[in-house]
Design a protein around this ligand. Sequence first.
Ligand code: ZN
Length: 485
Amino acid sequence: MSTVAALRAVAAALVVGVSSLSPLREAVSETTDTPTVDPAALARIRDAAMSSDWAWRHLARLTDEIGPRLSGSPQLALAVTEVAEAMRQLGARVTLQPAKVPHWVRGDAQAQLVDYPGRPAGIAQRLALTALGGSAATPEKGLTARVIVVHDMTELTARAGLVRGNIVLFDSRFDQRLADNGDAGDAYSQAGRYRFNGASAAAKLGAAGALVRSIGGANFRLPHTGVTLFKEGQTPIPAAALAAEDADLVTRLAESGPVTLTLLLTPKTLPDADSDNVIADWPGREKPDEYVIVSGHLDSWDLATGATDDGVGVIGAAAVIEILKELDLHPRRSVRFIGWTNEENGGRGSKAYFASVAQALDTQCAAIESDDGAGRSIGIAAAVPKEWLPALRPVQEALSPIGATGLLRRDGEVGADINPLQQAGVPGFAPWVDARHYFDYHHTAADTLDKVDPQNLKSQVATLAVLAYFLAELPEPLPRFKTSD
Ligand SMILES: [Zn+2]
């Protein structure tokens, strides 16, 4: 999960537990004589997913051995090649779909406080920080300027006269209470606003640089990276995320007087690089030209190995093909795995795919994206009109033995890469996972394989496989509808 649009994902959610669905169930049973999809097949899919270690083995390969997969890196190229080959070995029909991707390289990041109220003579304090994707470099000797601390955009406007030539720090806290409530996406959205748009807003006022407080709830002095966006035609400025503790430090010191900081960032923006979406089709037995997409993104940030963002999602989606192969099941329609390229800092894979199907949207029956971390599966999230929810009951029942009976209705986007499809009326789905601690590690140097519980991964594969098969097997595809954003 990373783009602006992804941040709106959880808005206006309607949470429905399986027990509270009983009135809806009655409505369905009055109108449905026979099950739309064989419950025994769904149960076999669930059980196969819960007993397969294919996903774990491939996730370990992707993370421990291949490593960080930022767009333009040799690791992302290798991930594309290897996941495509793994899909071919399963007997899927594989296509590599080219996309030119941004090629931003991090370089070094250093900062120190060189003047502040109460500073003992000769003392400077180093800060923990990391550059934001899309940041410009500072001058070679660093940028030394006063830090203007603001907590929101209103305060930035109020202090606009102080910004020119200085460094703006956006000190906006991640609200872990929201994450604890099950609304981690909302917490990310609130704090993420400043990471996405803060540097651009500061640059517009003449700032020489921008800093944001790291997003996330763990606060182990871990800076949190991610993309920052500049407007078309705007010259990027140096932009970095301070560890939360260091943002607190600067804010405390600035309450007593001017704080001056030296910032050194050496990122480079190279010419766009070649990459590909991996598309692997598992042919349907009746309507092979109609597709249900199950997907995750192959690229990751570069501070760690992207195990939870989005190794789990992309490998979990790939594992759906492995389960169907193992059970020799071909639903009515084709199941199409997509390993997206460049979700994190450009969305070029998503754009390339949408362009390729824009004239044939009737063939795109439903789209699932898994990009919400490595938590246990709670059930499914569905961006569909609420009167459709009862139709999803067989999925809930199949997932009941693993405790994944939840059904979360979302009004808007459920995944950044499938969002263009959703906007065009294709029903969008995602596994609904426990994301209370997703943002403890997300986009930090701690997003590594040890954060993934193999049982949770299995529960996600089971959810994806049951849902994908169900949607591909329905006698009639779900109708189209317009999303509200
Ligand atoms: Zn992601």
